[in-house]
Design a protein around this ligand. Structure first.
Ligand code: IMP
Ligand code: MG
Length: 196
């Protein structure tokens, strides 16, 4: 597996540092917002409750690390979205796999944090956000581990981005090529031979 790696774009230490930092910001923002909503600012740590919605499969490693730095009471509801690749390295539209999704019919009163691995065309995040909005959450925030520096991605509004990366195909830390390489601890590019 390691012999397929061309370059390490973001190593495991940089990922860990940034994930912890981002979690701190998310926690502070959510607490501040909910305290405001509460009126008296007494919304203590244990009162703050959120609903996390990770998009499967790519975000599983990011979410596993992120939630260990989020000291908030939370429910985790998975959303399975399948992308239909044109070539295996390009997405051409996505659909929600309802049978793999444990989302409740309504999200009324829920403060939702939607999490995806990477913002590429932006189609997946937009699809998922629209589906959640239909269920009328009290608030909806979005978070991605990676955002590609390309126009389509940069134009999708997202609240939290861990890393902006060049428009290259990457794998590792949950992200795959044909469902392989998800277990790599670093975010890497692959040698061109791998795609032949
Ligand atoms: P979208 O184009 O923003 O809808 O991204 C759809 C999905 O494509 C992401 O959730 C990833 O699963 C996958 N994807 C996009 N770019 C990459 C990449 O560089 N490596 C691995 N998966 C990717
Ligand atoms: Mg994928």
């Amino acid at each position: 597996m390691d012999q397929d790696i061309a370059t390490v774009l973001i190593d495991r230490h940089a990922i860990a540092t940034r994930v912890a930092e981002l979690a701190g910001r998310i926690t502070a923002d959510i607490r501040a917002d909910l305290a405001k909503e509460d009126g008296d600012g007494r919304n203590s740590e244990k009162d703050v409750e959120i609903t996390l919605v990770p998009i499967l499969s790519g975000s599983f490693m990011f979410v596993a690390d992120l939630i260990r730095h989020l000291p908030l009471r939370m429910q985790i509801r998975m959303l399975a979205v399948s992308s239909y690749p044109g070539k295996a390295t390009e997405t051409e539209g996505s659909t929600v796999k309802r049978e793999l999704t444990n989302l409740p019919e309504t999200l009324a009163g829920c403060h939702v944090l939607l999490i995806d691995d990477i913002l590429d065309s932006g189609g997946t995040l937009k699809l998922a956000a629209d589906l959640l909005r239909e269920r009328e959450p009290a608030s909806l925030r979005t978070c991605v581990l990676l955002r590609k520096k390309r126009d389509t991605a940069m134009h999708v509004p997202v609240d939290y981005v861990a890393f902006d990366i060049p428009d290259e195909f990457i794998v590792g830390y949950g992200l795959d090529y044909n469902d392989f390489y998800r277990n790599l601890p670093d975010i890497v590019t692959l040698r061109p031979e791998v795609f032949q």
